[in-house]
Design a protein around this ligand. Sequence first.
Ligand code: SF4
Length: 294
Amino acid sequence: MTTTNSTEQADRSALYASIFSTEEIYRPPSEKGSALLEVARGCSWAKCTFCDFIKDLYQISDMDQIEYRLKTLRQLQPDACRMFFLGQNAFCLSTEHLLAVMKRAKYYIPSLSAFSMYARIDDVLRKTPEELSLLWENGLRDLHIGIESGNDTVLNMVNKGCTAFDIRDGLSRLDKASIGYYLTIIPGLGGKAYSDLHAIDTARLLNLTHPKQIWALALKLWPDTPLAQQADRGEFQPMKPWEILLEERILLQNLTLRNTFYMDTTVLGKYTIQGRLPDQKTAMLQAIEQLLAL
Ligand code: SF4
């Protein structure tokens, strides 16, 4: 009996692995329960100086691959309600293509009622208000967007390819289309030189938006990235973990969001601070004070 179960489990695992082109699968923590459909690989921009994904080849899956993956997902997760499209900025795909994939996904798994994916802000800005509404009508519910900073100098320095104005504009278009968004920011991204400005301007920008969640991920210098090379040459001064925590305190102090979940899973490299804004802002700031006192 045990042998049969383990064989079945191994078969399911092999089947599951067959629908991904790489072993490493990147999806946000909040998409844990979602069916994962690879629609693209890598990032179409691939120029941010801090990003480890810039080395990956950018590829769009063809419809034959998508059909196979959907048929397989139907076997593995026949009752899935939510589907996450894999790809570092899957939202760069044309509206027509995204709608076609959503339609096929609902054909194979009729219980699906919500779709989500990673996006860059320029992917949002390239779509018309009518396209965004159409995508919402067909089930697009959330986008996961790394805005990283609200400070234009920092955004320019890391070659993000957008400004704070673009970010505000793109998120406001999503608000109008009722498409939700989860944002990622990077404490420490401005280095020592821009720490305060990065914190204050990021809070200022976030206060003009309506994210479901903010995920703060302290800067990690990935080997061989342009930013790591700049740090090696002394052109970028990385911050120590406790300095990043001081920066995060400024950010949190300045946030006035009314209904957003905030989390940082990278505090001092080993702690998590999380809570709903505004109710748990004081508790999160107290936790930071306690950590700083250690
Ligand atoms: S847009 Fe995102 S995935 Fe693409 S290079 Fe920049 S940080 Fe990396």
